[in-house]
Design a protein around this ligand. Structure first.
Ligand code: ARG
Length: 432
């Protein structure tokens, strides 16, 4: 039995249906609660402009609430033959209530319906992402304070360069996450606008009260121009993807550092045995597979904006079915990013840092700039001091003093963790 909302008496070919519905029956389940929320706001508005009676509204709202409850209980499914979540909700209402169920779609289209669902969904997902960022941020700041005085080599060109510290290393990733939070906040603000009332993308001849649905759904403002509202399908996803890619780039970099510091040639950090993985042939192995998988996942997540750009490049103005495929790309990505953030937090709770790393003579040259600066403070011009230390390195007589005194803002002795915390807190407030 054909179950399309648009059925006009002929059976669509099964192959065509499977091909066009794609993964919607599974992916749309994540939109279900938002779809009902959108419909509730829409019918309240329809009643306010006289397109539904109070009695009809009072029949429809509890029936929608029943569907919302079944979604929260995990009992809601999209039946075979039903195209998507929007159709399923309308069919359930009509099956239960008869003709009054058929009235809810006045003045709307699945095009603005899916847009509303997506905006509400992305708002929540971005909040979940920001909470996961906050958890990892807090962990990194704690570790930065705890290991503030533990020195490590700093590298440039992957050659030993200058003293650094675990306080700086952990703190750097915390601050880097504040930059990513800016992207999350920007994506949130783009998602937080109401497209409802744009209908198929060109509005409606009914006097829809779009300010009312904006209020009811808690959006910051309407996406005013109905064409712009439809254009935000794609734009919103690309903003979300850019935020995800930004966080993934920070996290992937952190994962790479951990893999390197765990390498036996460095040996700066360790994890308890049960958090490492083994080899089927080499009995001694304790591998960093967690951070390798994290690095790989984060690298893939960084391709998201590119995938979406290519999928949507040069589409004609207005709704096109290609847009549906963005769900396949973005939906799994939000979950994957949160899993990676939480896994990083879990692993870092167990990290062990090696003490006195810089006592190893292989890092002696780490101190050359410290020694140049000491001479400068004694009155030697910088270039002469540089030459003096450089010559001692050259002829093999260099002996490091091993004294590190960095006091300026953001340096080893003053990593500015409280200022960085203030930046993060100000951004988190914008998501509240
Ligand atoms: N599943 C569709 C999507 O995600 C819903 C909108 C369908 N609209 C249409 N005109 N066929 O885009």
């Amino acid at each position: 039995m054909a179950k399309q909302l648009w059925n006009k008496g002929f059976e669509p070919d099964q192959l065509i249906e499977n091909f066009t519905v794609g993964k919607d029956r599974e992916l749309d389940l994540r939109l279900a609660r938002y779809d009902v929320q959108g419909s509730m706001a829409h019918i309240k508005m329809l009643e306010s402009i006289g397109l539904l009676t109070k009695d009809e509204l009072n029949i429809l709202l509890p029936a929608l609430q029943d569907i919302a409850d079944s979604i929260e209980r995990g009992e809601f499914t999209i039946e075979d033959g039903v195209e998507d979540v929007h159709s399923q909700v309308e069919f359930l209402l009509t099956a239960k209530l008869g003709d009054v169920g058929k009235k809810i779609h006045s003045g709307r289209s699945r095009n603005d319906q899916v847009l509303v669902d997506l905006k509400l969904f992305f708002r929540d997902e971005l909040k979940r992402i920001s909470e996961a960022i906050e958890r990892l941020f807090t962990r990194l700041q704690q570790l930065s304070e705890e290991h503030r005085d533990k020195l490590m080599p700093g590298y440039t060109h992957l050659q030993v360069a200058m003293p650094s510290s675990f306080g700086l290393w952990f703190g750097a990733y915390a601050e880097s996450l504040t930059d990513d939070m800016q992207m999350v906040v920007a994506a949130y603000n783009i998602a937080n606008q109401n497209p409802l009332g744009s209908a198929a993308g060109y509005g409606s001849s009914f006097p829809l009260d779009r300010e009312m649905t904006t209020r009811l759904l808690g959006f910051a403002n309407p996406h005013y121009n109905v064409v712009a509202a439809q254009m935000s399908r794609g734009k919103t996803e690309r903003a979300v993807a850019s935020a995800i890619a930004a966080v993934a780039s920070t996290l992937g970099h952190l994962a790479m550092d951990v893999c390197m510091w765990m390498c036996n040639n460095f040996g700066f950090v360790k994890f308890p045995d049960e958090l490492t993985t083994g080899s089927s042939i080499m009995p001694h192995k304790k591998n960093p597979d967690v951070f390798e998988i994290m690095r790989g996942k984060c690298n893939r997540l960084q391709s998201l904006p590119n995938e979406l750009t290519i999928l949507t490049a040069n589409l004609p103005l207005g709704y096109n079915r290609d847009l549906q495929l963005m769900k396949d790309i973005v939906f799994p990505a939000t979950t994957e990013l949160i899993e990676c953030l939480d896994m990083a937090d879990f692993m870092l709770a167990h990290i062990k840092i090696k003490d006195n790393i810089l006592d190893d003579p292989r890092y002696d040259y780490i101190f050359t700039v410290e020694d140049v600066n000491r001479l400068v403070l004694q009155g030697v011009p910088f270039r002469d001091a540089y030459k003096q230390v450089g010559m001692s390195v050259q002829d093999g007589s260099y002996k490091p003093t091993r004294e590190v005194h960095h006091t300026h803002l953001g340096s080893i002795g003053n990593p500015a963790n409280s200022q960085i915390l203030a930046k993060m807190q100000a951004l988190l407030k914008l998501m509240a």
